[in-house]
Design a protein around this ligand. Sequence first.
Ligand code: PLP
Ligand SMILES: N[C@@H](CCOP(=O)(O)O)C(=O)O
Length: 465
Amino acid sequence: MRYRSTRGSLSANAPNFADILLAGLAPDGGLFMPESWPQIDAATLREWRALPYADLAAEVMAPFTAGAIDRDTLRTMARDAYGRFAHKAVVPLAEVEQDLYALELFHGPTLAFKDMAMQMLGRLFDHVLTQRDQRVTIVGATSGDTGSAAIEACRGRERLQVVILHPKGRTSDVQRRQMTTVQDDNILNIAVEGDFDTCQDIVKAMFADTSFRDEVSLSAVNSINWARIAAQIPYYVRSALALGAPDREISFAVPTGNFGNVLAAWAAKQMGLPIRQLCVGSNRNDILTRFLLTNDMSVRGVEPSLSPSMDIQVSSNFERLLFEMLDRDSERCGSIMREFRSSGRMNVPQDAWERIRTLFNGKTLNDEETSAAMRQFYAESQYLADPHTAIGLAAGRAFQEPGIPMIAAATAHPAKFPAAVHAATGLDAHLPPHLADLHSRPERYDSLSSELVTIQNAVRAHINR
Ligand SMILES: Cc1ncc(COP(=O)(O)O)c(C=O)c1O
Ligand SMILES: N[C@@H](CCOP(=O)(O)O)C(=O)O
């Protein structure tokens, strides 16, 4: 499989999976996309019903890594990665109401769906870097969950230096401590004055600064890296098969921020999974749902909410969908994205917007509605949802159709957001034993302004120490 940028054409020496894993972002500022969509036929899908999760993940990812990493190597990595998960099904489905399911993606080491991909990414980086005898510096932006999952997956790996930028004071205490209490030498945490978009902009600016990018061998673990999306596709396949696909249609609801998770669901549809609806749930940072309703993609300031991991305005992965909806016209895609960057407003052509509307529905919940949904799911179904999951479940319920299972992505464990859970339900959500002493562990992080050179110097100092 070869890859191309959303802002460029497929060149003769187009990169393979290993190349794009290390590159993170395309040199022209676009996002990498596979040259074509692998197809899975119904007979194959039926055969996959019997596979354990790790083996299924290797099958689903193999066409994307073809030519760079073989199926057996992927399977070994996946067995190792998912063997550490706390639930033997890895991604269990809980029926919350009739035909409304929670797909629990939070049984990994850091209790959020990010572990699903990140546990694979840590191993993929190690494999490719060892083969090439190289080292890279990963700089990641987090609104709370990507950071700890990346740190957990990469800590102690000698070919990786990891710098994670989080918005100062805007994550939950549990989320911050999961990052800042890790003492491994190859990890640096920076609390940045600003919001998640500020952190994400800094990462993109570092990629645009080609001399810095080359100096530190910059790479990415955010969902701008296609490898993240590829590793998030298998759980959509697994859960749909568990409820009868490919012999019936399934719908998904996904709480959304950077648009990576729901894009993985859409990719599964491209590959042949019979997905009927894709519903996105937003908090008050509702740029995506506003766009779906009115074709208004205009950036407003990021506002703090009960679901801090979704406090995002610029949803990076939307560029991938736009590219497809423009029939892979990379010139048009690039010019729309550049204009969006300078004006804060995206002019999506009406026909592309209409195509997107046939695929996606959106629902926004403010904090009161999120709390009410958490309370209601617990009172009526004894399902304790974290605020992000509650938004996904509520969005799913809003668009349910009779006889079609609606699967909502349960993206975080309630114990990551104890204050919000307690306020909504009166319950205390306890951390599992491996994190039970989290609040007494010493923290270590730098606090810095959002100035690009300041952060670049901190990255240099970290890798040259
Ligand atoms: C718990 C949780 N739910 C939902 C999201 C939104 O996912 P995405 O950014 O892939 O849209 C995030 C962050 O990305 C998250 O951490
Ligand atoms: N919600 C994320 C934000 C970054 O998203 P990513 O999927 O692009 O890494 C977080 O928790 O950090």
